[in-house]
Design a protein around this ligand. Structure first.
Ligand code: HEM
Length: 330
């Protein structure tokens, strides 16, 4: 502690200045330039330790500040623990759900008649958003867990090269993610507004546990929640990410630290939610992945999972035989 204090005081003196607030003594009697003062006293009594410098970049005059230590403990302790916990809980939740419920399959056999669920443009935006988010998540997690997990496995040279590229990639993939989130917002906002089926769908959790078919429009209440989380959390990630991408453009170091707190925690929560989304879009529900890959679903799938939407699109599916007789009244 003494050694680091001596380094601090020496550095302040070398910069030709004194701590920004107060002179030799403080109201509590400590003397920041004396050998006996502790680093904690300096940091708790002064907003920051700053000197005078002659180089053009005046930001370099701030040597150390208490907020920097809060930030460091957030980045080194809170974030890895909270983030790790969120990801582990999300993985345990999908494993538990799969163990309890298994893949959600159709209750009746498929009809063989397909209906168009997603156009090529919708799929293009979805997969751009999905790919860029996954790349952003992997490269972003490297900031937090890379040195703890990867570094011991691959060694310093490979880790340094990977981390440098990961940073470039993280910065670059922010742009396709931004475009895709905006596209998804515009394309799907109408179908994600609340409707009369949502409350019942939520109350019965889509009938997933009771093996019942619960009526829903094009998107059910669970998907609407996913959509709004993607838009709001994705939007937050974009705004905070842009602030960090252009350092000191709008905010000083303290402002950027706050944006970093928000960016990192939002990212961890969204990664946890997307783990659940990827599960239900692949292993969790029969026929879901097909909807987003080919764009088509079987009419029976549409009826069981999105009955009200199926009734809307079926009459438009001209030239195909009507299935199951008349469309039931609402
Ligand atoms: C491997 C990764 C992914 C897979 C397999 C996947 C799969 C799917 C599928 C199958 C659907 C359509 C469900 C339906 O027909 O009703 C869908 C919809 C959607 N996806 Fe993904 N997705 C992935 C990644 C992502 C990511 C990373 C995001 C956001 C960052 C995302 C956001 C959405 C949204 C907002 C919807 C519409 C609402 C919903 O169905 O929940 N997806 N996805």
């Amino acid at each position: 502690m003494r050694a680091s204090l001596a380094a601090l005081v020496l550095a302040v003196m070398m910069l030709g200045g004194t701590p920004a607030v107060g002179q030799n003594t403080s109201p509590t009697g400590s003397n920041p330039t004396a050998q006996s003062v502790t680093e904690e006293q300096v940091l708790s009594e002064f907003r920051r330790a700053a000197g005078h410098i002659s180089i053009p970049d005046q930001r370099a005059a701030v040597l150390i500040q208490p907020q920097g230590r809060d930030y460091q403990s957030f980045h080194e302790v809170v974030l890895p623990w909270v983030g790790g916990l969120i990801i582990i809980l999300a993985l345990l939740a999908v494993i538990g759900f799969y163990w309890y419920r298994g893949t959600i399959e159709l209750e009746r056999p498929p009809t063989g008649v397909t209906v168009k669920r997603f156009s090529i443009v919708e799929r293009l935006f979805h997969w751009t958003m999905a790919t860029s988010f996954i790349v952003l998540a992997i490269t972003g997690l490297n900031y937090v867990f890379g040195k703890r997990i990867l570094f011991p496995l691959i060694g310093p040279d490979a880790f340094a090269t990977w981390t440098q590229w990961a940073k470039y990639i993280h910065n670059a993939f922010a742009w396709p993610f931004l475009v895709a989130v905006l596209g998804v917002l515009v394309m799907w906002i109408r179908d994600n507004l609340p409707d009369r089926y949502d409350a019942e769908w939520l109350r019965r959790f889509g009938g997933f546990m009771s093996h019942e078919s619960v009526r829903a429009g094009r998107f059910n209440a669970g998907q609407k929640i996913t959509f709004w989380i993607v838009v709001l959390f994705g939007g937050t990630l974009i705004v905070t990410g842009l602030v960090l991408l252009f350092p000191f453009l709008l905010f000083g170091i303290n402002g950027m630290q706050i944006f970093q707190y928000i960016h990192a925690i939002t990212a961890m929560v969204m990664i946890g939610i997307i783990i659940g989304h990827i599960y239900i879009g692949t292993l969790g529900m029969q026929g879901a992945f097909q909807a987003m890959s080919t764009g088509d679903v079987d009419l029976e799938w549409a009826r069981e999972h999105h009955g009200a939407w199926a009734d809307e699109v079926q009459p438009r599916d001209r030239g195909r035989p009507p299935i199951g007789g008349a469309v039931p009244a609402e």
